[in-house]
Design a protein. Structure first.
Length: 173
């Protein structure tokens, strides 16, 4: 009896662990306003941006850190979407929120930006203020903000690139 319960617990924990690691997407049903960028240590590739000033444009906010392999796997898609849709009103902001001490160094972030060919705005969120404002929990997580400034979509993890691009195209009109 004990071994059966123990086995069931292990299976349940394993299923829960796998579920927690799986990427997920969701359309934001509540239409809550996108939080402002807060506590940004440095803005790279751009002067400081605000959500209020970006009203009227579609904004893609990507929480990443250069030491995260999953984040690195997503970057080519972000770079491509930035180039492909910036003329249609897309503003992409990478919010670099460090996981490790060495990722706090702006010089290291600049090297990563150059290494990955990132030309869009990068906000360095060393104090996790913007991360907290979005109630974010995972690297990478991508949010789409519609032209009225409302959160319209989010996706955590790698993958779902076709779904993200279709949603982006719909928001751009």
């Amino acid at each position: 009896m004990t071994s059966l319960r123990s086995t069931s617990r292990r299976r349940a924990l394993m299923a829960l662990s796998l579920t927690a690691m799986a990427p997920f997407s969701r359309a934001a049903g509540s239409s809550r306003p996108a939080p402002e960028f807060a506590g940004i240590t440095a803005w790279l590739n751009s002067p400081p941006l605000t959500m209020a000033a970006l009203r009227g444009q579609v904004v893609m906010v990507d929480f990443w850190t250069y030491g995260c392999i999953n984040c690195v796997h997503v970057l080519p898609h972000l770079v491509e979407w930035h180039e492909k849709y910036k003329e249609r009103g897309l503003v992409l902001v990478g919010v670099h929120t460090p996981e490790f001490a060495f990722e706090h160094d702006t010089a290291n972030v600049k090297k990563a930006i150059q290494r990955h060919g990132i030309r869009y705005a990068v906000a360095q969120d060393n104090k996790f203020a913007t991360w907290s404002a979005y109630q974010n929990r995972y690297w990478p997580t991508l949010y789409l903000v519609d032209r009225s400034g409302a959160l319209s979509f989010s996706h955590a993890g790698e993958g779902a690139y076709d779904e993200i691009e279709r949603t982006l195209q719909r928001l751009l009109g």
